[in-house]
Design a protein around this ligand. Structure first.
Ligand code: FAD
Length: 594
């Protein structure tokens, strides 16, 4: 016998390091963590020509650099390896936490014999709303979530990060701390998005802005879906995410009127947001922004279930790799297989119905890894994020609409817009950080205002409609733990729309007497990073005429019981932010499945 050891404190005890060796490089060989080292006791007779090997951080993260080797004469005694000889790419590791709150309120059910009505993969905006609705309707639902319970509520409901004097979107200020880059760009690809691997997904970090799509934006969508959304689905989705318009103060009203008169031809309305809780009575304390982490936590905390209602089971820290196809019926799935990040082993779960809701990139990855029949060759194709152009600006005291105590949020849309003309939404925020931030300590707020000399901060944002860019795609690269490869190029608006946006911005800045934010450049529109606020769509696009990946009921073509419910199903990248539409799709799918 001889022993190979990887001596490390860094990759233990909450992680697993395996060995893989030639010629069967695909097999993980387990060891034990003992005395500060991953230890592998091996039989030298199995390696007559010596051993060529590598360490792998499970699941599938190979050590960097070349293979390690021991010749036949060295196969005795103990061989120690340490960093930096053994190192791993600082991969966007999933956070695996299993704290008391998670254990108490989200007890996992790992029983492989429990057969569920529905498995929902992912607990974000699409999956969280769907799972909650299904459980309310009495379905036995298992949510499989790759991440941990990170925050039990939207980060905007927590104490704010204070950046005195800076323009700071407090509501998502913790996003850079926790986002995970879960892909590799191909050369020339400009994608800069990220995933939130945690209970609630990106709904824990989003901005809460919930415009509806106008009928022209939905023109390329399946007619039953369009009709549903416009005839009541949007209203139902607004109720589900607690649609709250800005308080109709005199300042909100005057800002709306000011902007409508400045931007001729556009109709201004109050830009509503999704609130976590509206306050059922005057004494109920309204609290912050909507997230599906809150939603699912509340579902778990229901003490006495009403007849016909069930509690969803949520297995956190379980990364689904693939849907399992029924060997007896290639048109059905039996459940899913994946990796238990806490138990460090592969597991399978079964259900009558499986819904992929892991987000535009991860759901495409799961679909590709499942080897699904893909009659139109469109799984993973067309990932698109619309063009967002924006500018922060300041208003000096005395400027039009300047105020030290007010804020406003206004949405502007062209009533005669088409996919070819005026194909964008405009959002203007005045006093933006004051309408979003919590200042628990009033002194901090006073200091923030004083540091700025009472200059007000504002933002104008243009979000353009885009058809899917067919040159874009997501590709899997082998091991299910590997990040996918993304090719994503912009989907630019027309030259006329770009020029119109520039002219509108200049008119607004001129009318307001706006000044640039120090250190942020001049008053020209800046293009946001592709995927920067997780609006990417399209990898599992829906079509009513059989030309997409899923049909108008979000069911995969060729499968009786496999569905998708996240932004991947959008057949266009709308001007409107996607989440209200996704909430509508989740409600419609829940109705369809129960
Ligand atoms: C900073 C920021 C601001 C935003 N502002 C707005 C806004 O104002 N308005 C708006 O409409 N939208 C906004 N968004 C976008 C919105 O958050 C996303 O569009 C929405 O969350 C997407 O929902 P989803 O269900 O497709 O994906 P997600 O919400 O990301 O959910 C996917 C879930 O699947 C899980 N998962 C992934 N892979 C696996 C796997 N293999 N197995 C199991 N689980 C898996 C993830 O951990 C995650 O919980 C914003 C986003 C960000 C980041």
């Amino acid at each position: 016998m001889f022993t190979v050891r990887f001596v490390t404190d860094t990759y233990a005890p909450n992680q697993t390091v395996t060995m893989r060796w030639a010629p069967h490089w695909e097999l993980d060989r387990g060891g034990v963590y003992r005395d500060g080292a991953w230890t592998f006791d091996l039989d030298e007779t199995a390696f007559p020509g010596g051993i060529e090997f590598k360490f792998v951080l499970a699941p599938g993260n190979w050590m960097l650099g070349g293979n390690l080797a021991l010749g036949p004469a060295e196969l005795a005694g103990v061989h120690d390896y340490t960093a930096p000889q053994v190192s791993f790419a600082p991969a966007a590791a999933l956070t695996t936490e299993n704290g008391l709150v998670a254990q108490r309120f989200f007890a996992r059910n790992l029983d492989p014999n429990h057969h569920y009505d529905v498995i929902v993969v992912g607990s974000g905006m699409g999956g969280g709303i769907l799972a909650s609705r299904l459980a309310e309707a009495g379905a036995d639902v298992l949510v499989l979530e790759a991440g941990s319970l990170l925050f039990p509520t939207h980060v905007g409901n927590l104490a704010r990060r204070l950046k005195y004097g800076a323009f700071d979107k407090h509501i998502w200020s913790l996003w850079p701390d926790f986002k995970v880059v879960n892909y590799v760009n191909t050369p020339g690809s400009a994608f800069a998005g990220a995933q939130a691997f945690n209970l609630g997904g990106r709904s824990v970090f989003w901005g809460g802005l919930i415009p509806r799509q106008a009928p022209w934006e939905l023109a390329a969508w399946p007619a039953p879906v369009r009709d549903y959304l416009l005839a009541g689905g949007y209203a139902a989705a607004e109720r589900a995410v607690n649609h709250v318009p800005p308080v109709n103060t005199a300042y909100q009203e005057s800002s709306r009127a000011f902007l409508e008169s400045t931007i001729s031809g556009y109709v201004a309305s109050d830009a509503a947001v999704a609130a976590q809780y509206r306050g059922a009575t005057a004494l109920s304390l309204p609290a912050g922004l909507f997230s599906t982490a809150d939603l699912l936590l509340e579902d778990r905390l229901v003490d006495t279930l009403a007849p016909g209602r069930a509690r969803p089971t949520v297995n956190h820290n379980f990364a689904v790799w693939s849907a399992t196809i029924d060997p007896a019926n290639p048109g059905r799935v039996t459940g899913v297989t994946g990796w238990d990040l806490l138990g460090r082993r592969q597991r399978s779960f079964s259900a009558d119905t499986v819904v992929l809701a892991a987000g535009t990139i991860e759901s495409a990855k799961i679909a590709l890894q499942s080897g699904l029949t893909d009659p139109n060759g469109k799984v993973g194709k067309g990932i698109t994020d619309h063009t967002i152009r924006y500018r922060h600006f300041t208003l000096p005291p005395g400027a039009a609409q300047a105020s030290t105590t007010d804020s406003a949020k206004v949405l502007l849309q062209h009533p005669a817009a088409t996919p070819g003309q005026h194909a964008f939404d405009i959002v203007v925020e005045l006093g933006a950080d004051f309408n979003q931030g919590r200042y628990i300590d009033a002194g901090d707020l006073a200091h923030q205002r004083a540091v700025r000399g009472d200059w007000m901060l504002g933002e104008i944002v243009f979000m353009s409609y885009a058809p899917l860019n067919e040159a874009n795609q997501v590709l899997v690269t082998g091991d299910p733990a590997n990040p996918v490869e993304v090719t994503c190029h912009p989907a630019p608006p027309s030259g006329a729309d770009l020029a119109e946006q520039d002219a509108i911005a200049a008119a607004v800045f001129g009318a307001l007497g706006a000044q640039p934010v120090l250190g942020e450049g001049g008053l020209w529109l800046q293009t946001a990073d592709l995927g920067g606020v997780a609006h990417e769509v399209g990898t599992l696009r829906m079509a009513a005429d059989g030309t997409g990946v899923v049909d108008g009921d979000l069911k995969f073509l060729g499968y009786d019981n496999l569905f998708a419910c996240d932004n991947s199903v959008f057949p266009t990248s709308p001007a409107a932010n996607p989440s209200l539409t996704l909430a509508g799709l989740a409600l419609r799918l829940a109705d369809h499945l129960v």
